[in-house]
Design a binder for this molecule. Structure first.
Ligand code: DC
Length: 234
């Protein structure tokens, strides 16, 4: 072993449709393995929030390219939770708003936005082992990821989960049908866009978590991971 021994870095890629429980699994895996957790969707949401707050016309590519230079997104671990900052402002809560959810897919379909965020995501993996969830992690961001999972769940179960989450976060009057509609809308745009559409990588392991608890889902993923990398089990 040479003096310049580099510690092996692992990338765990988790992709799937909206509200499938990807982030829940990614967070739990990162905690178990003490890896960095990166919610790549939060980065697209931060760009969408910026566009909403600054009245950016996303179809105006000149305007969009110039604002992309002004956008700085950072993750900070604070008291056991991951906070996201947009130009020094904590936007962890603001990016979960339904207004952001209803526009983020259009923003995420723009190639210049994807180029900037993908580069930042790849950079994070240079110095960290990480678990990253999103739509193109196993196909575009880390095509050679250590392991790839593709998460699926029944659409109505997904809508119910998102509905419960929004209500728990202080939206008591939220309309269930609106949540279903928003999920359908995002699924369609995410999987039919030209640049990096959502699809399962050929070598991804599919997990349908419709009937799995969070704990069971974690166990399924860990079993696959430890089979492949026994050295991670300690
Ligand atoms: O996972 P999420 O719902 O927070 O993602 C928000 C949006 O960003 C969603 O419309 C898909 C898009 N997205 C993407 O295109 N690529 C990623 N790697 C992550 C999210």
């Amino acid at each position: 072993m040479g003096f310049f021994f580099m510690e092996k870095k692992y990338q765990i890629a988790i992709d799937g449709f909206s509200s499938c429980g990807k982030s829940t699994l990614a967070k739990a895996l990162a905690k178990e393995l003490r890896f960095l957790f990166v919610d790549s969707g939060a980065m697209y949401r931060a760009v969408a929030l910026y566009c909403i707050n600054h009245n950016v016309k996303i179809e105006d590519s000149d305007q969009l390219n110039s604002i992309l230079l002004d956008i700085n997104i950072q993750f900070k671990q604070e008291q056991d939770t991951l906070q996201i900052y947009l130009n020094e402002e904590n936007v962890t809560e603001a990016i979960r708003d339904l207004k952001v959810a209803s526009q983020v897919s259009e923003v995420a379909a723009i190639s210049s936005v994807r180029k900037k965020l993908v580069a930042q995501q790849q950079k994070m993996a240079e110095s960290n082992s990480l678990v990253m969830d999103g739509r193109d992690i196993g196909t575009v961001v880390f095509p050679n990821a250590s392991i790839k999972f593709f998460i699926t769940a029944d659409p109505l179960i997904r809508a119910q989960r998102r509905y419960n989450e929004l209500r728990a976060k202080g939206n008591p009057s939220i309309d269930f049908n609106l949540v279903v509609e928003n999920l359908r809308h995002r699924d369609r745009i995410d999987s039919t866009r030209d640049d990096s559409p959502l699809r399962k990588a050929d070598d991804a392991i599919e997990i349908d978590n419709s009937t799995l608890s969070e704990k069971e889902q974690l166990q399924v993923a860990l079993t696959h991971l430890y089979n492949k990398f026994p050295e991670l089990k300690n």
